[in-house]
Design a protein around this ligand. Structure first.
Ligand code: HEM
Length: 318
């Protein structure tokens, strides 16, 4: 895998900081029962960087990257102790009609490149190696939409941290030294009610998101509702804004009328991701929830830990 310039000491991280790309595959699988599963997966962890390099070299300019995340139960089965300090299963939230579901998922592969052929080839090679040991749960092929807009028409990703702030937001540091350079990853697959959303005026949509639709400028504090998506996902701790790194992707099927956003967020602690979700689903204060959820339904939900590439390699060679 690519060396990560923000790696902590000599640990090589997975390419969480990889630039946002035009194509992505989000692959979630569960581990099968069986005695071979652990051995298959552990040797795969050691070989993933080699498989990656072979696919990457076919078009080195395409910026292929791959991040492997491991769920809480799978961590115990595959690696045991030590484990990342804050790794646990996705905590579902259900309030009235709003439901952040928790769905099965032991491993995540977040594969990105400028072109889908590389993503697809890497997913194919990964499944050729581990297919006997895993069951597929979900595979989403995401694409970049005009101006980096999601399918509800707003530019998505603007307030992502940049430069040095990325590592500060997304990578575990000295607080869990054994797992420094790793990252907690939350994914949720959302489906949009496009008819309902399109029936709203642009002004109503802008109040829901908290930004202007065409220009992407943040709404003035005087008119921006406290329940706007951008207000509820802005959180502070001890006067410091707590950031996550997102790389959401639109996906869909025109014929089936499926229009979605695949949410993916990386953070050095799952607490920040969970606080944002709670603000969206429960509300801040409770009841003052995110109206985007009246037009967007989460159909999957998982939490993973993406350890450093150094850790993954070492698991394959013991
Ligand atoms: C239906 C799913 C979602 C859609 C369509 C969506 C869309 C957007 C859009 C358009 C923005 C404004 C531009 C930007 O800064 O990127 C935004 C901001 C943001 N979203 Fe989401 N989002 C979704 C789900 C989530 C979830 C589940 C989380 C967190 C758990 C989240 C966290 C954030 C954060 C942290 C910001 C930046 C807020 C700021 O600093 O102003 N989003 N999102």
């Amino acid at each position: 895998m690519e060396p990560n310039p923000t790696s902590v000491s000599r640990v090589v991280g997975q390419p969480i900081v990889a630039p946002l790309t035009r194509a992505a595959i989000f692959l979630v699988v569960t581990l099968k029962q069986g005695t071979d599963t652990r051995a298959t997966l552990r040797s795969f962890c050691g070989d993933l960087s080699g498989i990656f390099r072979a696919v990457e070299y076919r078009n080195i300019e395409a910026g292929l990257s791959c991040i492997m995340g491991i769920g809480s139960d799978a961590w115990d089965r595959l690696f045991g102790l030590p484990r990342p300090a804050e790794l646990h299963a996705f905590r579902e939230i259900r309030v009235g009609a709003r439901h952040a579901v928790s769905t099965p998922g032991d491993l995540l592969f977040h594969i990105r490149a400028r072109h889908m052929d590389l993503c697809f080839e890497l997913a194919t090679q990964i499944m050729a190696r581990i297919g006997n040991a895993v069951s597929p749960m979900d595979e989403v092929h995401g694409f970049k939409n005009f101006d980096d807009r999601d399918l509800v028409g707003f530019v998505d990703g603007t307030e992502n941290p940049r430069g040095e702030a990325v590592a500060d937001a997304a990578l575990v540091g000295a607080e869990d030294a054994a797992f420094a350079g790793g990252s907690y990853v939350m994914v949720q697959k959302y489906l949009h009610d496009m008819n309902g959303w399109n029936a709203l005026s642009t002004e109503a949509q802008e109040k829901i998101i908290g930004r202007k639709k065409l220009s992407d400028i943040e709404l003035d504090a005087a008119v921006k509702p406290t329940c706007s998506h951008s207000s509820l996902t802005t959180i502070e701790q001890n006067g410091k804004e707590m950031k996550i790194l997102r790389d959401n992707m639109p996906f869909g099927s025109a014929a089936q009328g499926e229009f979605g956003t695949y949410f993916i967020g990386y953070c050095r602690t799952p607490r920040t991701l969970e606080q944002m979700l709670e603000n969206m689903f429960v509300g801040r204060p409770p009841g003052n929830y995110d109206r985007l959820l009246e037009y967007s339904r989460a159909v999957t939900g998982n939490l993973f830990f993406a350890p450093s590439a150094t850790f993954l390699e070492s698991m394959g060679h013991d």
